[in-house]
Design a protein around this ligand. Structure first.
Ligand code: BGC
Length: 474
């Protein structure tokens, strides 16, 4: 039995006067199977709405990737992945041995000032890092031929083709000026040109698209690609005839396209999600109140913040850390998902690992009872996040009648937070009522090569497609 249910016995032995007020948290955070089913059904409707001309909360962005790789793609590609925390640069070589590739990669931390500076500073930072990578790993393309580059830009963009994309709005605490409402590709190209970097941007993709392509390349049973990290989102392949907003495009009847759902924006009209006062606080104190409300309840960037504001409240209620200096705890975003993960993994009687984290991250010295309370709250917060995340995956599968498939998942929370995947799987089981002895019909499978090989494959497909268009015109 997985530990998905949060266990009240975790509070056994804790002084009663400390636990009295905690019942309310269970009412706020525990979601039973019926709650999940209702949320999923509403989610399905919202996914459908996003495909219409009028649209809804969920953007359902068309990516213009219209097929999966067949495993025989070849070539050498550079890939750039600008996620929530890092910039990753890869040199990927796809070989003609089916499903074989080699890659060299380097990660650079995206500094806070770059995430909140100007567009020019951001693109220059990206170009400089790519230049540094190319100095360390010469590609042999110094003979005047440009290498194709795929750019994974993990934010909502409106695309008219695979080589361009207008940023709809920043998410994940990015606040770079001069980029919203603009096509990001010419901005990146201008910075690359300033440094004379010999590359051609041939594809702009989302991280979920890269994950879907890379996971499907390895395992054709993968029908959904999803990220659960700083942000959360998913992509899947849709029939163009089921996308009313593409009606005027004259696409063939059997055409398909990957949809980047951008479902972090689910329920921004607050119809179904079980918002608590803490969710409202996180939203109202965020850079863009009223946006990405589902993401703010679920993803790694916010679950640490959720724990922090609850701990501050319990301090003010006279329950936690009395007589201690909580200055660091009062600092917004002082905690991230790693803190929660370490605390949940700590099974020592005296909670030594957790104590160390409290010291290091918050300069606090809690007693064991206080740590037990915090661990109990973490169980509630993380279980709710995992179960709500299950609703998004379930909704995509339900809408597309996918009763049995694999879901490629990438991201630090889903792949590194011990026990998280089990909680999501249990959420899916509750939603779909699979018989007890039945294996998971919708199974999560870890994927890590979306931004390398997934992006390179997207570039290979884009280049094949544009070569075909040129041949047709000639
Ligand atoms: C972005 C998505 C991205 C997700 C995961 C969200 O904040 O809007 O484009 O896929 O984070 O990185």
């Amino acid at each position: 039995m997985s530990d998905f249910r949060f266990r009240p016995e975790m509070l056994e032995g804790v002084a009663e006067h400390l636990t009295e007020g905690l019942k309310q948290f269970e009412d706020w955070f525990i979601l039973d199977a019926e709650d999940l089913k209702k949320i999923t059904d509403h989610f399905v409707k919202e996914l459908e709405k996003g495909l219409t001309k009028e649209g809804g909360n969920i953007p359902m962005n068309v990516t213009w990737v219209s097929r999966f790789p067949n495993g025989h793609e070849t070539g050498r590609f550079l890939t750039l992945d600008m996620g929530g925390t890092n910039l990753r640069v890869c040199d990927v070589r796809l070989s003609d041995r089916r499903r074989d590739f080699e890659q060299t990669q380097r990660k650079f931390l995206l500094p806070k000032e770059v995430k909140s500076g100007t567009g020019e500073e951001l693109w220059d930072f990206v170009a400089e890092r790519l230049e540094a990578f190319l100095e360390e790993h010469p590609t042999g393309a110094e003979d005047g031929t440009n290498l194709p580059l795929a750019f994974t830009f993990s934010f909502p963009v409106d695309q008219q083709n695979i080589r361009s994309g207008v940023l709809q709005h920043w998410t994940k605490k990015f606040d770079v000026s001069g980029v919203q409402g603009q096509d990001v590709v010419p901005q990146l190209e201008a910075a690359l040109a300033r440094k004379n970097i010999p590359v051609d941007v041939v594809a702009l993709i989302n991280d979920t698209t890269g994950t879907l392509i890379a996971s499907h390349y390895r395992d054709p049973q993968v029908k959904v690609g999803s990220i659960f990290s700083t942000g959360t989102n998913a992509a899947y392949m849709e029939e163009c005839k089921s996308i009313p907003k593409l009606a005027g495009w004259g696409l063939p009847d059997d055409a398909k396209v990957i949809i980047n759902t951008e479902y972090g924006a689910f329920d921004c009209d607050r119809k179904i999600l079980p918002f608590t006062p803490f969710d409202h606080q996180i939203d109202s104190e965020s850079l863009r109140p009223g946006t990405q409300l589902y993401e703010k309840m679920v993803s790694g960037l916010y679950i640490g913040e959720m724990l922090r504001i609850i701990m501050v409240k319990l301090h003010e209620d006279g329950i936690l850390f009395q007589g201690q200096d909580i200055t660091r705890l009062r600092k917004a975003n002082a905690l991230d998902a790693t803190f929660l993960s370490i605390a949940e993994m700590d099974i020592t009687e005296e909670l030594e690992d957790m104590r160390e984290e409290f010291q290091e991250e918050l300069s606090l010295s809690p007693i064991v009872d206080e740590m037990k309370i915090c661990r109990y709250l973490i169980g509630l917060i993380a279980t709710r996040a995992a179960r709500l995340y299950a609703c998004g995956v379930a909704a995509i599968c339900k809408k597309n009648n996918l009763r049995k498939c694999h879901v490629g998942v990438d991201g630090s929370v889903i792949n590194k937070y011990s026990g998280f995947k089990c909680r999501v799987s249990q959420g899916l089981r509750d939603i779909f009522d699979w018989p007890v002895r039945e294996v998971d019909l919708i199974a999560l499978s870890a994927s890590e090569d979306g931004s390398g090989v997934g992006a390179a494959l997207a570039a290979a497909l884009a280049m094949e497609d544009s070569a075909q268009i040129v041949t047709k015109i000639i």
